[in-house]
Design a protein around this ligand. Structure first.
Ligand code: 13P
Length: 258
């Protein structure tokens, strides 16, 4: 059985106490849509606790990054355990903006994903090729290498979500073609399956991210092996984010909670 889709909002470095006003309608929609999809908001760490207070049990909250260590002399960093302490259930690791802005290698991303698991969080491990890599016909090789380097041993549906975010589609208004998305997601499923066995991997969610909006969401979510979306810009406003959640097809049988 296909896993229940997850619609995740990544607020990136946006949002303040004022933005919490968006969360009440998102909580109401998530409650209404519960049999169809799980909903997650990853706000900045500064408002994670307040976000959890508003979303309650209707929708999950997650961090956007974590340190690999549980504690120590790492000024400005946040441990996975600290996110869990605030009510987070997920944490994004290896987003391309962190890989680029902070030079995060696959090994660093893997250590962060291991930290997430240690803290009882589900890691959302991001992978994706650059435009140059796609044009050079290397997209699938890049994904293979990122998966091999970034995904820790012992992956299960409880500790791992993979997000495929082609770099050139992020914030650009351009999305990958359905065929390219299908090919990338099939490759991700098969790489995970080769490594961890098909039984456990069938339940691991593979999200698509990159310029997902209310107009293209239904088409993207209908593609094989697309088990949800990681939404940036359109997650900042309740109206557009809820419209994306509502685009989840009402076909799949309810699965266990996120
Ligand atoms: P956009 O939806 O703004 O393209 O961002 C995608 C993304 O990076 C989500 O993590």
């Amino acid at each position: 059985m296909a896993p229940r889709p997850l619609i995740a909002g990544n607020w990136k470095m946006n949002g303040s106490l004022k933005s919490l006003v968006e969360l009440k309608p998102i909580a109401e929609a998530a409650e209404r849509l519960r049999p169809r999809c799980d909903v997650l908001i990853c706000p900045p760490a500064t408002i994670l606790s307040a976000s959890h207070g508003i979303l309650g049990s209707a929708a999950a909250v997650g961090g956007q990054d974590c340190h690999a260590e549980a504690s120590g002399a790492h000024t400005g960093d946040v441990a996975a355990e600290m996110l869990a302490d605030l009510g987070a259930r997920f944490v994004i690791v290896g987003h391309s903006e962190r890989r680029t802005d902070h030079d995060e290698s696959d090994a660093v991303v893997r250590a962060k994903a291991e930290a997430a698991s240690r803290a009882g969080l589900t890691a959302i491990v991001c992978v994706g090729e650059s435009e140059e890599e796609r044009k050079a016909g290397r997209a699938l090789d890049v994904l293979r290498a990122q998966l091999a380097g970034s995904v820790p041993e012992g992956a299960t549906p409880d500790n791992l979500v993979v997000a495929y975010e082609p770099l050139w589609a992020i914030g650009s208004g351009r999305t990958a073609t359905s065929a390219d998305v299908a090919e990338a997601h099939a490759l991700i499923r098969s790489e995970l399956s080769d490594r961890f066995g098909p039984a456990g991997v069938a339940g691991i969610r593979i999200l698509y991210g990159g310029s997902v909006n209310p107009d293209n969401a239904a088409g993207l979510l209908a593609i094989d092996n697309v088990d949800g979306a990681l939404v940036g810009g359109c997650s900042l406003k309740a109206e557009t984010f809820i419209a994306i959640c509502e685009a989840v097809p009402d076909l799949r049988e309810p699965a266990s909670a996120a």
